[in-house]
Design a protein around this ligand. Structure first.
Ligand SMILES: Nc1ncnc2c1ncn2[C@@H]1O[C@H](COP(=O)(O)OP(=O)(O)OP(=O)(O)O)[C@@H](O)[C@H]1O
Ligand SMILES: [Mg+2]
Length: 273
């Protein structure tokens, strides 16, 4: 499915002294099958933006289109099944006595039989490397384990688009790597992924396209090499190093991922590195 935001505005507490204009006319498309990374400073509107993708937040102005049709008039529950949203710090939302029951909560509401629900739960926990936690209490898990269970709960609905708001924040490097590996596997299985991150390296590794927000507007959007090389202040250190080398060595290219940068440096050094 293709989701398009057209000139979306969002004002929190409109008409009150506390009104905040969090999105000031954002236009952006999420293409089917892509991995879209959303970056931007604290308060730039990332969480507000992604909550418009399944209409958890309604736009104050502008339009949200799903496959070309106005999403506001669609069945909200059905839309939220197709576009699964994992909140920032989702582990705070776990509630059931066991991990298994927590993950089963959403698929149970899809009208599936018990066996199908169990299958979905097993598959989702397996994808997150959390199958061994099934019988545990979610409240007796580490923060990173709880994060995985919360993501499994959304995946178990079988969404076409998975939206992850800062999925790796506060996780150790191994857990981060595992989660980004999951993003790759989901993409390979045809799931569209939108993820918010403050970690530019992981955005460079995983994203097909990048959207950089600033002050509630889109500062830049496009392929990672366009966004990063056009404005190095948005780029991870690897890209800044590559850009500095490329300035002196025409033909160095515009590598974005760590592996590509290393390969370009090696070839520059004639295979000596
Ligand atoms: N529930 C709310 N009520 C009022 N203002 C809000 C609310 N949620 C967010 N805001 C404001 O909207 C703006 C955008 O917030 P948002 O949470 O979308 O930013 P963000 O880019 O996700 O930031 P972070 O990186 O810190 O998560 C900020 O100015 C914030 O203070
Ligand atoms: Mg946020």
């Amino acid at each position: 499915m293709r989701i398009e935001l057209r000139d979306v505005r969002h004002v929190y507490s409109p008409g009150t002294p506390f009104a905040v204009e969090a999105l000031k006319g954002v236009s952006l498309t999420v293409e089917p099958g892509e991995v879209l990374g959303v970056i931007g400073g604290t308060g730039s509107g990332k969480s507000t933006l992604v909550q418009h993708l399944n209409l958890l937040l309604l736009p104050t102005g502008g339009e949200v289109l799903v496959d070309g049709a106005d999403a506001v008039s669609m069945d909200r529950t059905a839309l939220r099944r197709r576009v699964g949203l994992v909140f920032q710090a989702p582990e705070q939302g776990l509630f059931a006595p066991t991990v298994e029951e927590d993950v089963a909560f959403a698929p149970q509401r899809l009208g599936l039989n018990e066996e199908e629900v169990r299958g979905r739960v097993r598959e989702a926990l397996g994808l997150l490397g959390a199958g061994h936690l099934a019988g545990r209490s979610p409240f007796a898990l580490s923060g990173g384990e709880r994060r995985r269970v919360a993501i499994a709960g959304v995946l178990a609905m079988g969404p076409e688009v998975l939206v992850l708001d800062e999925p790796t924040a506060g996780l150790d490097p191994t857990a981060r790597g595992d989660l980004m590996g999951l993003v790759g596997r989901l993409k390979a299985s045809g799931v569209t992924v939108v993820f918010v991150s403050h970690d530019l390296d992981e955005v460079a590794e995983a994203a097909d396209r990048v959207c950089a927000l600033e002050g509630g507007t889109v500062r830049s959007v496009g392929a990672p090499d366009e966004v990063f090389y056009d404005d190095l202040s948005l780029a991870p250190a690897t890209v800044r190093v590559a850009a500095a080398v490329g300035e002196r060595r025409p033909g160095f290219g515009r590598p974005v991922r760590y592996g590509e940068t290393l390969a370009a440096l090696r070839s520059l050094m004639g295979g000596a590195a």
